[in-house]
Write a protein that binds this ligand. Structure first.
Ligand code: 13P
Length: 287
């Protein structure tokens, strides 16, 4: 069932668990994540970066593929298609393509411009029944060639953006995309606590889910995080399983080169990883 992320995240805040956003790259990825969500009876958010959207030939292709898969796979759990780190133009394209949710990453704009653009997009989302995620404080690491510095958001700025009427708020709390460096200082729970106190029931979003220790994830959920984004970790297990298949020479046995066989171990590894995360986030059985 295709839905916006609004209701599933409000339920997550009330129930003290988090819904996973898992980024998709192609048909296998999407199918694997939908399968895991259905088997776990968990709501799920499919994240689509602008780069991934382009790779899949455009957001219309993505939306049509997801909608058709939800129908043909008989998916009963709530599913949202969500633009990840959207530019202003990217948001407009996803609205047109029929996505159910968008993230407007206005962190590169001065705060006044970020506010003006966010307000405009909130209006459109309300009209269309879509949900909107905003970001305060750039989240570090590299994603689609965009490199930001790990930083902690200003809680007052978070409150101001939350009050505009966004449905979920991503705030930098020392998290970064991709693998964490050896000397990473960990999440700033002090910052998260201050943000949560000011923003109340607003579902908070934790980006850079890959490599955050389980105990920190649990503590973040306790402090109001209701959406956790995971991308790199699925890519790593997919690549690892595929490499093992090839290194074992399985592509050279019989019809092992058939893409449906070649990509199977990677897809199965994604299913297992997504299920593991849904358990950790507490979203199993919450659909
Ligand atoms: P990771 O790739 O570090 O899991 O981050 C995903 C993310 O935050 C997408 O926005």
């Amino acid at each position: 069932m295709m839905v916006s992320a609004k209701e599933m995240l409000q339920k997550a805040v009330a129930g003290h668990y988090a819904v996973g956003q898992f980024n998709i790259n192609n048909l296998e990825w999407t199918k694997a994540i939908l399968q895991a969500a259905e088997e776990c009876k968990s709501p799920v958010i499919l994240g689509v970066s602008e780069g991934a959207g382009k790779y899949m030939t455009g957001f219309k292709t993505v939306e049509a593929m997801v909608e058709a898969m939800v129908e043909e796979m008989g998916i009963t759990v709530p599913v949202a298609t969500h633009l990840d780190h959207g530019s202003y133009d990217g948001c407009k394209k996803c609205i047109e393509a029929g996505f159910t949710s968008i993230m407007f990453d206005g962190s590169k704009y001065p705060i006044e411009e970020n506010v003006a653009k966010t307000k405009e997009l909130i209006e459109i989302c309300r009209e269309k029944g879509m949900s909107l995620e905003a970001e305060v404080g750039a989240i570090g690491g590299e994603e689609d060639g965009v490199v930001g510095q790990g930083e902690c958001a200003d809680p007052n700025e978070c409150k101001m953006i939350a009050d505009l009427g966004v449905d979920m708020l991503a705030a930098g709390i020392g998290n970064i995309h991709g693998k964490y460096p050896e000397n990473w200082a960990g999440l700033s729970f002090e910052t998260l606590d201050a943000i949560q106190k000011l923003t109340g029931d607003m579902p908070l979003v934790l980006h850079g889910g890959t490599g955050i220790p389980d105990d920190m994830i649990k503590k973040a959920i306790d402090l109001g995080v209701a959406k956790i984004n995971v991308n790199t970790e699925c890519q790593l297990v997919f690549a690892d399983a595929t490499r093992k298949y090839v290194e074992a020479g399985k592509d050279l046995e019989g019809k092992g080169f058939d893409p449906r066989k070649l990509l199977k171990p990677g897809a199965e590894a994604i299913v297992a990883k997504v299920k593991e995360k849904m358990e950790l986030f507490g979203s199993v059985g919450k659909a």
